[in-house]
Write a protein that binds this ligand. Structure first.
Ligand code: BGC
Length: 819
């Protein structure tokens, strides 16, 4: 630990006054901790999040590598690859002056309705744990801290600030705490984030679980920080093992600061508790190189585009591939070449490469499926299909032009209350988010009004829709007219995530001739924003003219009919999948199901690419030749898609979560009178489907590659220390391939209630055509234990083991008898 042992850190704590110590326990601002020169502590910076490192600003001036969404990382089932992503994130963190990443999110896919499903790894605690350990090791080995979140039971979003989640002790231990336990004990996480919700009657920032489990049981020596504004009270939170209230400063966000100082002085909170919290802050600082002017570690350089492209391809799950439509053969039937490829669907042009909420970063670029397939040199034609369900996107090239006509972008001017211009920014995009004051001026309270100026330049003649999405008062003007002057308000009771990711939209029609440009000014009264105490956020949005949904549908179907192959990209939108709210339906928004059915009827060579972070219903799945599930694929999404469609890369993913056929029988995310009871107990995901004998659309662990495998033998080796399984598989196809060999345990004659089967271990293998590979998989002790009477216990007897390519395809069986 960078030469700072506990004695050294304790002596530093002893040098501080009570005021100095208490000050350190709340953030200095939205993202950083306070510096304390008296003990050599510099400002330590945190940043979201799981899919990239945002840094302290959140717009195009400071872009971040956008990695595939965490569910996609888990879909690789490849710990080495995920550790490499951890190293990439560490390099990004250092480049952006970040010491501690607010990731990974290891809550479980308890239900596909969960709004942050895309941000979590899996429905299975073992897979979540293995991927989480790899992620944290990759990051922390390079000197950047991980914050494992959200401890615990934050598996959905509805009423997340107040909901009391009731979880029985066994499910809490075997499912929800298991990933935290593995990451704390094996990877030694440097920070844990206490969730917004409560569990079994206590809000998590005051929960007895923090001390009893993290400190006393697991011997955790890291820091516990609150989720943003999750610290509710002064004394109870201080007595619980919460160390740091975020964000700060306390004068703005509370509830520690002076109130805590008083509580310590009045003897209501023991000063030794404060000392322990400060010790943990200093320990974190020592680990990230934040003491005594140390130089933080310099992570190894990374080829970001290459790594992101390969990782996205390795995460895509080829769920269906009839008549081996994929990979597409460039040389075509009889060497005639691949003919025209119809690329269809709105997500084909503007793909979702990441999910909404705090995990959002601003990537330097994003390769859409359309861009990727064009760059691969294919003869591509595009039709968006119906657009009715889409939120209007931010104004962009070629329509958004800076005043004076020089380049893409807009100019921003900031005004004081007396109307003086007090700052300006030249921007390259129309997405504006000032979250930590205004870079050009500093303090948010000095800005009364701001003004965005640009030109809107028409390409085609027609009616454009120009407007704003944001909250507060906006006036939109052209040279000639005031288009609107309105105060946009957020839905009553909306969560901050919803406020940020899906604020209201106000549009005005603007009829333009081809090539015509108009001068546009958007004025905003900053003090009317709900975020006025730290900045404001909004976007200038623009929709170019397009046909009606029926006309666009017809054009897409006609294009498919006249093409060699149709690639339809369907997906969710930011209003459907985001932090801050849960889904209320798993159906694809708008008329996308109809679009797929009509295109597939027009062209039997139809591939459907599903661009969603979490399962959506695919009621047409058996009517299309191929289905590729691609998650939110990160900035290299389109290139990876071209690689996989053309067979230059394997679709390496296997489902980390069951893909249901319908909404029947799924756990609810809706609290009842403030309480969300996990009535399903241990039976989430495949554990529920197996128990009920329900068929999902695609089972947990499922995914095809471009080759075939035979599972030839299993042997089980067991001694006092370990259970090891050896599985022999053979690549029986004609291409090199990659397989995820999965081992499940079960206990048919058990005296305790158990799932039909549960994942006990897995390994990734690569093999050439005809090659046989024997892979050894160590099964952890925990795979055979269950929680009973306040402890882990082993039910002596014989456990059945089965190996195969998914939870529903397990051709090899064996067993092990344990005492
Ligand atoms: C989220 C956290 C995030 C924090 C800071 C909260 O709303 O729940 O996951 O790290 O904001 O952005």
């Amino acid at each position: 630990m960078s030469g700072h042992d506990d004695a050294d850190l304790r002596s530093r704590v002893a040098r501080l006054s009570t005021e100095q110590k208490v000050r350190l326990l709340t953030g200095a601002d939205f993202w950083a901790l306070f510096a304390e020169p008296d003990v050599g502590l510099r400002r330590v910076v945190t940043s979201d999040g799981p899919a990239g490192v945002r840094g302290e600003t959140w717009d195009e001036r400071d872009t971040s590598a956008n990695v595939p969404s965490p569910t996609a990382l888990a879909a690789t089932w490849d710990c080495d690859r995920v550790a490499a992503i951890g190293r990439l994130l560490a390099a990004e963190a250092r480049r952006k002056g970040v010491d501690v990443l607010l990731a990974p999110t290891v809550n479980l896919h308890r239900t596909p309705y969960g709004g942050r499903h895309f941000e979590c790894f899996s429905e299975d605690p073992l897979l979540t744990a293995r991927i989480g350990v790899a992620y944290v090791r990759g990051l922390q080995n390079q000197g950047v801290g991980a914050t494992v979140k959200h401890f615990v039971g934050n598996d959905s979003e509805t009423e997340r600030m107040s909901v009391d989640v009731r979880i029985d002790e066994r499910s809490l231990r075997e499912l929800y705490l298991a990933p935290f336990e593995a990451i704390v004990l094996e990877a030694g996480a440097w920070a844990v984030m206490a969730a917004y919700n409560g569990v079994n009657g206590s809000t998590m920032t005051e929960s007895p679980l923090l001390r009893a489990i993290l400190h006393d049981e697991w011997g955790y020596d890291g820091l516990v920080m609150s989720d943003w504004t999750a610290t509710r009270g002064t004394e109870a939170a201080a007595r619980a093992a919460l160390d740091l209230a975020m964000p700060g400063p306390a004068e703005r966000f509370g509830p520690w600061g002076d109130a805590l100082l008083e509580a310590v002085r009045a003897g209501k909170v023991d000063e030794t508790l404060i000392d322990d919290k400060v010790l943990r802050i200093l320990r974190l600082a020592a680990r990230v190189g934040g003491l005594d002017g140390a130089s933080p570690a310099s992570p190894a350089p990374v080829d970001i585009p290459r790594q992101l492209r390969a990782t996205a391809a390795a995460s895509f799950v080829l769920a269906r591939n009839e008549r081996s439509l994929l990979p597409l053969d460039r040389s075509g039937p009889g060497g005639s070449g691949l003919g025209r490829v119809a690329v269809i669907g709105p997500n084909a042009e503007i793909a979702r490469t990441l999910g909404g909420g705090s995990a959002t970063v601003y990537p330097p670029y994003s390769v859409s499926p359309l861009d990727g397939l064009r760059a691969a040199g294919l003869d591509v034609a595009f039709a968006p299909g119906p657009l009715g369900h889409l939120r209007t996107a931010a104004a962009r090239a070629p329509w958004l032009v800076r005043p004076g006509g020089a380049g893409v972008g807009a100019d921003v001017r900031f005004f004081s209350t007396s109307g003086q211009v007090i700052g300006s920014e030249q921007r390259d995009a129309a997405v504006f988010r000032w979250m930590n004051g205004f870079a050009a001026i500093g303090a948010p309270e000095e800005v009364d009004r701001l003004e965005v100026s640009c030109l809107i330049q028409a390409t085609d003649a027609g009616t454009y829709q120009l407007g704003v999405t944001g909250i507060g008062r906006f006036r939109l003007l052209t040279d000639e007219a005031v288009l609107f002057d309105e105060t946009l308000t957020v839905r009553k009771g909306a969560d901050v995530g919803e406020t940020l990711m899906a604020p209201p939209v106000r549009l005005a029609p603007l009829a333009l001739a081809a090539g015509q440009s108009v001068t546009v000014r958007l004025e905003h009264d900053v003090h009317t924003s709900p975020m006025a105490s730290f900045g404001t956020f909004f976007q200038l949005v623009l929709e170019a003219p397009h046909g009606t949904d029926d006309e666009e549908m017809e054009a897409a179907v006609a294009l498919a009919a006249g093409s060699d192959v149709a690639v339809v990209v369907v997906g969710t939108t930011a209003e459907v999948e985001s932090e801050g709210f849960d889904r209320t339906s798993l159906a694809l928004p708008g008329r996308q199901d109809e679009l797929v059915r009509k295109v597939a009827a027009a062209n039997p060579r139809t591939v459907v690419v599903v661009n969603s972070g979490a399962p959506v219903l695919l009621p047409w799945a058996d009517q299309v030749a191929a289905v590729l599930l691609t998650w939110f694929g990160g900035q290299e999404f389109g290139n990876a898609l071209a690689d996989v469609l053309l067979g230059e890369a394997e679709p390496g993913g296997r489902l980390p979560t069951t893909w249901p056929a319908s909404e029947d029988g799924l756990p609810s995310a809706q609290p009842d009178d403030g309480v969300l009871t996990y009535t399903e107990g241990l039976f989430i995901g495949y554990r529920a489907f197996d128990r009920d004998g329900r068929e999902p659309l695609f089972p947990f662990g499922h995914g095809r590659g471009y080759t075939t495998w035979s599972y030839d033998s299993i042997t089980v080796d067991c001694d006092e220390e370990r259970v090891a399984v050896c599985v022999e598989v053979r690549n029986t196809g004609s291409r090199p391939g990659r397989e995820v060999v999965q081992v499940y345990a079960s206990r048919p004659d058990s005296a305790v209630e158990r799932p039909v089967r549960w994942l006990a271990g897995f390994a990734v293998v690569d093999a050439d055509p005809g090659e046989t590979v024997t892979v050894g998989i160590l099964l952890p002790e925990r795979a055979f234990q269950h929680w009973a009477d306040g402890g882990w216990t082993l039910e002596a007897g014989t456990f059945a083991l089965a190996a195969g390519s998914s939870s529903a395809s397990l051709p090899l069986t064996g067993g092990v008898t344990l005492k």
